[in-house]
Design a protein around this ligand. Structure first.
Ligand code: MRU
Length: 359
């Protein structure tokens, strides 16, 4: 996708072989900065501190993290320890565990002396696969959007999205945004309502930024506005990403997604989840078993941003003595999901239909 008209991805190997480069997402949209990950610790920190975030991108970064670790210790112990360090960085998005499993299996069956180069090649392969999956999700979602757009008879299709399941959350295209970008390229008029997504404001900071860079018409809305807009017939479809989807179609995504799904159901607005097959956790029968990340209180008691003079600010919005709860994700029950858009097609959110996707 584009930043200032230049084609970019979120992660790429450094041309001089020093490591792996990422876009620092804690600085967006105000600063476009790249950071070099030189070793395992850098990769783990980038995931933990959310310089990279979004389920698919966390997975790819973890694979590169293992590759960086193989440069200093390619033994079985080194491989196991690097996977464990990375696995512990964030608990909810299953793409992390999936990517670590994939690269672990691949490297585990080869001699140590081959692991260093093979690990980088494998991480690159996962990154390329992510781009291909998201592009296919885009094509499958586009077919749905075409049908919905027909009912609008030339007026813009109005889409609501939560958090950032955009290209910044993946290597390229995004999951929820891929059908949006494909629809725009196909000439379908559209308009996106972007939930700001407190507490970390991924909608305001990231989704609004990337849609703007791609020239997609959009409005930023506060998290509580979605229900009102749906009630007043101003939203034609909701599309979100996912961090983990259980075998029965319960979909875990950024906190607040569930409330959007409830409002969508009440207002008969279709609610779609867009995710690659690597986001499914078939070991979990239902979403109640998904571990939910609990994040720091100061993300709620404070708001961060940048002043017009460029000063980075973190401002307290709650009284000094107020404590906070900060669950990072919630689970939308399958009964509220109209369909799950994957690279293999669109599936009903129920155990039998999704069984076709089991590995
Ligand atoms: O805490 P984050 O920013 O990593 O959460 C991201 C989300 O919840 C995304 O919607 C999800 O990972 C899907 S990304 C294609």
């Amino acid at each position: 996708m584009l930043i200032a008209g230049e084609k970019r991805t979120t992660i790429w190997p450094d041309a001089e072989g020093q490591g792996v480069l990422i876009l620092d997402q804690t600085r967006l949209p105000h600063r476009i900065e790249t950071v070099l990950l030189r070793n395992l610790e850098d990769a783990a920190r980038a995931i933990r501190d959310m310089l990279v975030r979004g389920a698919p991108l966390i997975g790819v970064t973890a694979a590169y993290g293992v590759a960086l670790a193989m440069r200093t210790d390619a033994s079985d112990a080194g491989l196991a320890q690097s996977r464990e360090t990375l696995r512990k960085t964030r608990p909810t998005a299953v793409n992390l565990a999936w990517a670590l499993e994939q690269i672990g299996k691949f490297l585990g069956q080869m001699p140590e002396e081959l692991r260093r180069d093979a690990a980088f090649a494998f991480a690159k392969h996962l990154a390329e696969k992510d781009i291909a999956c998201n592009s296919a999700i885009g094509d499958n979602g586009l077919a749905l959007f075409r049908d919905l757009a027909q009912k609008r008879a030339g007026k813009p299709l109005r889409i609501l999205t939560h958090c950032n399941a955009g290209w910044l959350a993946t290597v390229d295209w995004g999951t929820a945004t891929a059908p949006i970008y494909k629809a725009q390229a196909a000439g379908i008029p559209l308009h996106v309502f972007v939930d700001e997504t407190r507490p970390r404001n991924q909608g305001a900071f990231l989704t609004a930024f990337e849609l703007g860079q791609q020239g997609v018409s959009h409005d930023l809305i506060v998290d509580n506005a979605g229900g009102h807009l749906m009630q007043h017939g101003e939203v034609d479809v909701v599309i979100v990403g996912a961090d983990r989807i259980a075998a029965n179609g319960d979909a875990c995504n950024k906190i607040g997604t569930y409330l959007k799904a409830l409002a969508a159901k009440d207002c008969s607005v279709p609610f779609y989840v867009a995710a690659p097959v690597s986001t499914f956790d078939f070991a979990l029968e239902s979403g109640s078993l998904i571990p939910i990340e609990e994040r720091a209180q100061d993300e709620v008691t404070h708001i961060s941003g940048e002043a017009d003079n460029g000063e980075v600010l973190k401002v307290r919005v709650a009284p000094k003595t107020t404590t906070a709860r900060n669950p990072g994700f919630d689970v939308t029950p399958a009964r509220l999901v109209s369909g799950i858009i994957t690279e293999q097609g669109v599936f009903a959110a129920e155990t039998q239909a999704l069984a076709a996707l089991r590995p």
